[in-house]
Ligand binder design. Structure first.
Ligand code: ADP
Ligand code: ZN
Length: 603
């Protein structure tokens, strides 16, 4: 097994659980595998497929996923094909013939096609195992429900002796049970990996208004020059306006949302996968088909509606295990809008509860990773050191006067204003609406002029979190003073606020700075002496080789392999082949080119 792993995938050892899962399949037992995105699920059925007689059937819900897997396996010299509606009939005939002749180690197939072929092709070929990828699609409770998945229960009827391995990154209990029940898995072993993704940094920016958000975003992307990233936005129009804003800054960006034609969406996705655009501004419609391993960052321009969606979306970064950054913008406006959606939805209480949990995450002043892991039922003992709270523990100060000013303004308007009006009153801004209502005559008008509006946004969020105010969602989002708020207002208690720290951005960043990639901490143990210039040259070579073969660059080699090459700098084919992630085929195919660049670079 280890030899097969090295030969085809170039890896030196299995990750925790992979080997047990593989042995379980080889013993012809069923299994349900829960691993986070990037955890290494594919190896769990690909190695058994390689070492067994016959062909493994892999059910996959999306053509783009099949394409990605087939490309990756072929690049490693594994005989693989996909049977789906994208192929023409001659192609499909050839694939079927190859199956019957036992020429393929793996066959990827859509659930519809699988059902069609149940009594034909499947009977005529030798099947080593069934792998059901993205198995959560079987559950109505999940977010990617696919009706065809529910009919796969007959697999075990027709093929009682062939093991089934179901794999997913969606962990909740209902989905788990649904998968086992509907697939009729026989005494399945459950393999649950840790959902921790230590290589993803976590960062939340609170209370930013649009202009500031854009400034921060551009700064963030400039720090990730030429590195692929995804920006998730709440609405279609937002994806478009953010992409336009970035384009103006010279950042190659595409848009992806469900309102576009399938052709437009495919193009955006292809451009992203092949590194032709750096950024995709997308709604939640974007993602399941993306196996791209070198996504280096994910930004949430708006608050997501649950921790599940948030975690799945940030999970698309750093699949290769190399450090990747995530950033969430949290604003009161988003919270109000999402609360409205949740309240109007059919599953009101569930959705409100989910929203509250992501809100807690965004407002947290304890290690954010602990909150995430805790949500998925994993208790962690230690702070992570890779989130903004750990890096910059919050400092508090006596904010009683600030809170009193705000509460007093709310009370003096008879609690009939929303947060923006509150801030206008405190700042002493003359808006037409404000003058209309006579709020410029209030005693608190202008009482908070010394504090910038953006900081007031943050303080209002803190007051909400501390329970001093509530938002009356059914009353135009007016702010109401709570009982504990009135204790502060009347001086019976003091209020502690968190000091606002903002990374001061350089006054004007014109365009983007080229090639400013910062060395990143790596989890390979070999990066200490990594040469970043060499890394850039290797990356350029990878892009050339990939374009030449018309495959995505990350299929040639992952970022992790490039980092290892830049650190270890092998100069012989043998040494090149020793690198973790270089298999036999790639050693022989690419070794010469990479070594040449490395040698040229050396003094
Ligand atoms: P998942 O399907 O769980 O999201 P993948 O199967 O795509 O994850 O694996 C994620 C990444 O980890 C891939 O780049 C894969 O090649 C790599 N990987 C998997 N197993 C190992 C291993 N044993 N050693 C090193 N890298 C691995
Ligand atoms: Zn932390």
């Amino acid at each position: 097994m280890e030899q097969t792993l090295k030969k085809y995938f170039g890896y030196d050892s299995f990750r925790p659980q992979q080997k047990e899962i593989i042995l379980n399949v080889l013993n012809k037992k069923d299994a349900l595998v829960l691993m986070p995105t990037g955890g290494g699920k594919s190896i769990c059925y690909q190695i058994p497929a390689l070492v067994s007689e016959g062909t493994a059937i892999v059910v996959s819900p999306l053509i783009s996923l099949m394409k990605d897997q087939v490309e990756a396996l072929r690049a490693n010299g594994v005989a693989t094909a996909a049977l789906n509606s994208n192929n023409d009939e001659t192609e499909n005939m050839e694939i079927k013939r190859a199956c019957i002749n036992g020429k393929l180690k793996l066959l990827y197939i859509s659930p519809e096609r699988l059902l069609m072929e149940m009594d034909y092709l499947l009977r005529d070929m030798q099947i080593s195992l069934f792998a059901i990828d993205e198995a959560h699609c079987i559950s109505q409770w999940g977010h990617d429900f696919r009706p065809e998945y529910t009919k796969m229960g007959i697999l075990h009827e027709r093929f009682p002796n062939t093991p089934i391995i179901a794999l997913t990154a969606t962990a909740d209990k209902i989905t788990r049970q649904d998968i086992i029940r509907q697939l009729h898995l026989k005494e399945p072993r459950l393999f649950i990996s840790s959902f921790d993704r230590p290589n993803l940094s976590l960062d939340v920016k609170r209370g930013y208004q649009q202009r500031e958000k854009h400034k921060e975003l551009i700064h963030f992307i400039n720090q990730h020059a030429d590195e692929s990233g995804i920006i998730y936005c709440m609405s279609r129009s937002k994806t478009e306006s953010v992409a336009q804003m970035l384009q103006k800054q010279g950042i190659r960006s595409a848009v992806y949302h469900a309102g576009m034609s399938p052709q437009q969406r495919d193009k955006a996705q292809e451009d992203f996968i092949n590194d032709r655009v750096q950024v995709v501004c997308a709604t939640i419609a974007f993602g399941m088909g993306i196996n791209k391993s070198n996504v280096r960052w994910v930004v949430h321009y708006n608050l997501p509606k649950s921790i599940e969606s948030f975690y799945q979306e940030i999970g698309r970064a750093g699949r290769d295990g190399v450090a990747a950054d995530t950033l969430l913008f949290y604003s009161l406006g988003d919270l109000i809008l999402l609360t409205k959606f949740a309240t109007e939805s059919s599953q009101q209480s569930v959705n409100q509860e989910k929203l509250q949990r992501i809100q807690q995450y965004a407002e947290a002043d304890i290690c954010r990773r602990r909150i995430l892991l805790n949500y998925f039922g994993e208790q962690s003992e230690n702070d992570c050191g890779n989130c903004d709270v750990c890096r910059n523990p919050p400092e508090r100060f006596d904010g009683t006067v600030i809170v009193q000013k705000a509460l007093s303004a709310i009370v003096r308007t008879n609690q009939s204003i929303a947060s923006n009006m509150l801030i206008d009153i405190l700042r002493g801004s003359f808006s037409a609406d404000l003058i209309d209502k006579g709020y410029d005559k209030l005693k608190t008008f202008g009482a908070g002029r010394d504090i910038p509006g953006r900081d007031w946004q943050d303080y209002v969020l803190q007051m909400l979190q501390l329970g001093y105010i509530e938002i009356a969602y059914n009353e135009n989002n007016h702010l109401k003073v709570t009982e504990s708020g009135s204790h502060i207002l009347f001086g019976k208690k003091t209020a502690e606020l968190v000091t606002i720290k903002r990374t001061e951005l350089p006054p004007k960043e014109k365009g983007r700075k080229k090639k400013q990639v910062q060395p990143k901490p790596l989890f390979t143990g070999a990066n200490a002496n990594e040469d970043m210039d060499l890394f850039e040259e290797l990356r350029a070579l990878r892009l050339r080789l990939a374009s030449h073969e018309a495959i995505p660059p990350y299929i040639v080699f992952s970022d992790k392999v490039l980092h290892l090459l830049a650190a270890i700098q092998p100069t012989t084919i043998e040494a090149f082949g020793e690198i973790n992630g270089v298999g036999e085929i790639k050693k022989n195919k690419y070794g010469k080119d990479f070594i040449e660049v490395i040698k040229r670079h050396q003094p």
